[in-house]
Structure formats: structure tokens, C-alpha cells
Design a protein around this ligand. Structure first.
Ligand code: GRF
Length: 205
């Protein structure tokens, strides 16, 4: 950890709108106790990598293929994270399952944003648009997003923060996803990062 701030690594796979929310929050001062030091994508060419580069943040793709499989991938990921003294790992639109060994090694140091109010519409098979399709199929009137610690159970770790979002008549999975991102994800992920990083700094005081 640098003197003033906790060091954050963000894991991404796709468009990176949640990463962008973190970058913007650091610029605006909403996220002031932590700084994003590293962005790693498990997918080559992810637009999230471009967002990081534009913001001057070290960013690269690390694929299972290039690491010779899951074990090599997690070994490299661990090395990249530990060599930079990362205090908090944020999974932001990261579509890759991490092993129990990995999550236990980084116990209470990894958080994830899930686009529903856990325990609804979460766990194996619930990711991206599928979450919103399930919410619409069920006919819920309220959905939202959840930030939680990551453990060996998909979306199973302790809940840190949630924010509710209204489902509107005529919503499609796409319009609902957009509203959940804008009104919930992009607010509670930076807020959760700040809360945890402030706690890390306080704990080191
Ligand atoms: C978002 O729906 C997010 O909730 C989920 O992945 C989707 C894309 O996230 N985790 P991003 O735009 O890549 O941050």
C-alpha cells in the first residue's frame, strides 16, 4: 500500500462500464482512499483495457490459454497482484470463475458487483443479461445490484452494499440492464471500494 492510499486491482472481461465508474469516482474524489494500480482482463481486446489505458492505468490481458490453463492463470494472476502490493481486488464485469484456492488465498480481499438483489437471481448461470431476463420472467417490480465479498460459492460471499431499482412496464432485458447499471452498479461499486479502502487505511493507522 502506498502511504496515502490503498492499492486496487480491477479484473475485467468486457465493456468495462463498472471500471469506468471506478476511474471516474477516483477523478471526482468519491473514491479517495484507494487508487487503481492495475487492470487485468481475461479476454484479449476487451474495451475495458482501452478505458484503463486512456486513464493511464497499467492494463493487460491474461488468458488461460497463454498461461497453460486455470492453474497457470491463477498463479500468474496471484504474482501480478502480490508484486504490486494490491490491497483490494475488484471484479468488475469479470466473467471467469476463480478457484476455491484463489478465493481463500485472497479471503476478504476480493469484491464483485452482481446485477441483482442477492439472493435473487444469482449463483451458477446467472450473469450479464441472463440475470435481467430471469427478473423479468419472474415479474419482480424491484431489482437492483449487490456488491459482495467473493468466496468459493458463486455470488455467495457476505453482502457489502445493495441498491434497489424499479422495473418499468415494457422493460426489455437491455433497458433493465442499463437502468441497473446507471442507477445502482455505477454508484455502489465505487462507494463500496471507498468504504473498504478507508477501512484498510484506518486499520493501518
Ligand atoms: C454488468 O451487467 C455487470 O453487472 C456484470 O457484467 C456486466 C458488464 O459489466 N457484472 P462491465 O460493463 O464490463 O463493467
Amino acid at each position: 500500500m502506498s502511504n496515502a492510499k490503498a492499492n486496487i486491482a480491477v479484473l475485467v472481461s468486457g465493456g468495462g462500464t463498472n471500471l469506468q465508474a471506478l476511474i471516474d469516482a477516483e477523478k471526482s474524489g468519491v473514491l479517495k482512499s484507494g487508487t487503481i494500480r492495475l487492470v487485468i482482463s481475461n479476454k484479449k481486446g476487451a474495451y475495458a483495457l482501452e478505458r484503463a489505458e486512456k486513464a493511464g492505468i497499467e492494463a493487460f490481458a491474461l488468458t488461460r490459454k497463454s498461461c497453460g490453463g486455470q492453474e497457470g492463470f491463477e498463479k500468474r494472476l496471484t504474482e501480478e497482484i502480490e508484486s504490486r502490493g494490491i490491497d483490494l481486488i475488484i471484479m468488475a464485469g469479470f466473467m471467469s470463475i476463480l478457484s476455491e484456492d484463489f478465493t481463500r488465498h485472497f479471503d476478504h480481499k476480493i469484491i464483485n458487483i452482481h446485477p441483482s438483489l442477492i439472493p435473487s437471481f444469482c449463483g451458477k448461470g446467472f450473469y450479464g443479461l441472463l440475470v435481467h431476463e430471469a427478473a423479468l420472467a419472474k415479474g419482480v417490480k424491484v431489482t437492483g445490484a449487490t456488491v459482495h465479498y467473493v468466496n468459493e460459492i458463486p455470488d455467495g460471499g457476505e453482502i457489502i452494499m445493495q441498491k434497489a431499482v424499479e422495473v418499468k412496464d415494457g422493460d426489455t432485458p437491455e433497458t433493465l440492464q442499463r437502468r441497473v447499471m446507471e442507477e445502482a452498479e455505477w454508484i455502489i461499486l465505487p462507494a463500496s471500494a471507498e468504504k473498504i479502502c478507508a477501512g484498510i487505511l484506518a486499520g493501518r493507522a
